[in-house]
Ligand binder design. Structure first.
Ligand code: ADP
Ligand code: MG
Length: 628
């Protein structure tokens, strides 16, 4: 730089540089995320200021980030047309530590409790450049400054220099950071690598990011006299290679030459979809975004989504999706080992893609949360435990439940079966078979019910809400699913409890002697055939004030009978069967709890049942199956 002035780094900065430079940390990629995030912040600033002062954009209208490399010089350049920095800014921003918490970060780093990838959260992300560079040069032009300045620092030195850029003003506005790559960081001077990193970290940064692609190509040499091996570098972004050939030359073997072409490739998707107005986003766009973030979906569409702004103490935007198929890593697997696929963004920059923003039982949900209110000066672990995350988690969980509920209540979609009856050649109407249509929610529910049930079991705060999503088959539902709400509305006037019976399959349950009296009285009984069902009901206990009661327990009472009559009949039975009861008690001894007269048998003479507080036979069967 012209009139280069040396400046000393603040002691804390020197310490950070020391740690970064000497770190054995392998994942050096983070530097690019940090520099893009700074560029994006700078663009956000100018965008905000230009709302009231549009003239600020006069020197350069585009708001964008451009990344290029020179593999011979082994440099990597990240340029943005953001706010830029004045000379004072350079000293304050790139020579001192602006935020508190840095000391803590350094301590945590030294203790191994934090790693370098968290550097951005401590307000010192810029220095991660030294993970890959032994010299960093920052050229920058602020709209309020007539000059373009250069800041530069060499790896390991405790001072940096600032001076006027000898090239004059080359940037309309903004900042251009040039990294002189270390020997072991050559891999970053490569289009494929850069594009992959940009996609990974900044896919949804709201500003366009271009990566410059340099390619060498063999093309026919039009100029006979030219040296066949000559390499020509084109200054054009795109090279126009003429395809026309001279007829006379056709016979001769063509001479070839190598040319280098350059092309700017936009490497991130369009503006973060969750930041856009709902009304402006088409279903196709939502599905496209889903396919990008839900890798597990393997290109399948989402079943539905919820896109919302949460406002209050904590503001955030979120977009969550329900898959149509159970994620493969989920099937047969232990829910507890399933990793979340929620992405956490802070100011549009990806912080983590497996942050626990939802309870485990909702791990099938994929989505994004973006908040400007998250503190950056805490590490990931603290953030995970922070109150803000707890608030976000609560709200997003509710929204997911609402989304499923809405889906369950949605109208039956039109299908081809709704087409009119066909008419054959002779004019006869071929009536379409009346195919019974299944609501898409029920198809979805079949696949995802273990998660919903897990929710009822684990999520006390949302247990009631989740129980409304449960569907069951019953003795009167004709093999169709009904909700607990449906069950309650079908109840007899005098019926106080919700009856269920659990077993291996519906066929077996239908034949159960316990069912006789219930069928006779036309009482609806829920059939539970999944292992989790009874466990779920033991947590749920009741629905709409009606207690869940298994019909195999021995205290089943029917409330439709006259109490007086019952009493007299019980007395008569007791007298009559007393000898038999005594005999049976003797005969079975300790194998049973007690023998008693039952009111609930039809044609079966006797049944073995479980006590009210005992395990049901089905639960015992499940436990036996699990313990081998
Ligand atoms: P943070 O981004 O958390 O503030 P960094 O160490 O990443 O911490 O950056 C320090 C400061 O340097 C930024 O706050 C900003 O003021 C300035 N800065 C860095 N990069 C740029 C850029 N590309 N354009 C303008 N200012 C920048
Ligand atoms: Mg930063």
């Amino acid at each position: 730089p012209v009139d280069a002035e040396p400046h000393k780094f603040e002691a804390e900065v020197s310490r950070i540089l020391d740690i970064v430079v000497n770190s054995l940390y392998q994942n050096k990629d983070v530097f690019l995320r940090e520099l893009i995030s700074n560029a994006s912040d700078a663009l956000d600033k100018i965008r905000f200021l230009s709302i009231t002062k549009p003239e600020l954009l006069a020197d350069k209208n585009e708001l964008e980030i451009r990344i290029s490399y020179d593999d011979e010089a082994r440099t990597l350049t990240i340029a943005d047309s953001g706010i830029g920095m004045t000379k004072e800014d350079l000293v304050n921003n790139l020579g001192t530590v602006a935020r508190s918490g840095t000391t803590k970060f350094m301590e945590a780093l030294q203790e191994g409790a934090a790693d370098i990838s968290q550097i951005g959260m401590f307000g010192v992300g810029f220095y991660s450049s030294f993970l890959v560079a032994n010299k960093v040069t920052v050229a920058t032009k602020h709209p309020h400054s007539d000059q373009q300045y250069i800041w530069s620092s060499v790896n390991g030195e405790d001072e940096y220099v600032i001076g006027e850029d000898p090239r004059g003003v080359t940037l309309g506005r903004g900042t251009e950071i040039t990294l002189h790559l270390k020997d072991d960081a050559e891999e970053y001077a490569d289009f494929g690598k850069l594009e992959q990193l940009v996609r990974h970290y900044s896919e949804f940064v709201t500003h366009p990011i271009f990566v410059r692609k340099t390619e060498e190509m063999e093309v026919p040499d039009e100029d006979e006299d030219a040296d066949a091996d000559a390499t020509e570098t084109s200054e054009e972004d795109e090279l126009d290679v003429s395809e026309e050939e001279d007829a006379a030359e056709e016979e001769k073997p063509k001479k070839m030459k190598t040319v280098t072409t350059h092309e700017w490739v936009k490497s991130n998707a369009d503006a973060a979809i969750w930041n856009r107005a709902k009304e402006e986003i088409s279903d196709d766009e939502y599905q496209e975004f889903y396919k990008i973030i839900a890798k597990e979906a393997l290109g399948a569409n989402a079943t539905s989504w919820s896109h919302f702004d949460a406002e209050g103490n904590i503001n955030f935007k979120s977009l969550v999706y329900m898959p149509s198929e159970v994620p493969r890593s989920f099937m047969g697997g232990d829910l507890n080992n399933f990793r979340s696929s929620m992405k956490l963004y802070v100011r549009k920059v990806l912080i983590s893609d497996d942050f626990e923003l939802l309870p485990k039982y909702m791990s099938f949900v994929t989505g994004v949360v973006d908040s400007d209110d998250l503190p950056l000066n805490v590490n990931r672990e603290t953030l995970q435990e922070s109150k803000i995350i707890a608030i976000i988690r609560k709200k997003v969980t509710r929204k997911v439940i609402d989304m499923i509920k809405k889906f369950s209540e949605s109208e039956m979609p039109e299908t081809e079966d709704d087409a009119e009856d066909e008419i054959d050649e002779e004019g006869n109407v071929i009536e379409k078979e009346d195919v019974e249509k299944v609501h898409p929610y029920l198809e979805w529910y079949e696949k995802f019910q273990p998660s919903i049930k897990m929710g009822v079991i684990e999520d006390e705060a949302n247990r009631k809400r989740l129980s409304k999503l449960i569907r069951v088959k019953t003795s009167k539902s004709d093999d169709k699913y009904i909700s607990f709400e449906d069950y309650v509305s079908n109840m007899k006037d005098w019926q106080k409890q919700i009856y269920y019976i659990a077993g291996q399959n519906i066929k077996e349950l239908e034949k159960s002697p316990f069912m006789e009296k219930f069928n006779e009285k036309e009482l609806e009984v829920i059939y539970f055939t999944e292992a989790a069902d009874e466990y779920m009901v033991s947590h749920l206990r009741e629905f709409d004030g009606k207690k869940f009661t298994t019909i195999t327990h021995d205290n089943i009472e029917f409330d439709d009978e006259d109490a007086d009559l019952k009493k007299r009949r019980d007395a008569a039975y007791k007298e009559k069967f007393d000898p038999l009861i005594k005999f049976m008690n003797n005969f079975y001894g300790r194998a049973i709890t007690r023998v008693k007269i039952s009111h609930r048998l039809g044609s079966s003479p006797a049944i073995v049942s479980s006590g009210e507080y005992g395990q049901s036979a089905n639960q015992e069967r499940i436990m036996r199956a699990q313990a081998f």
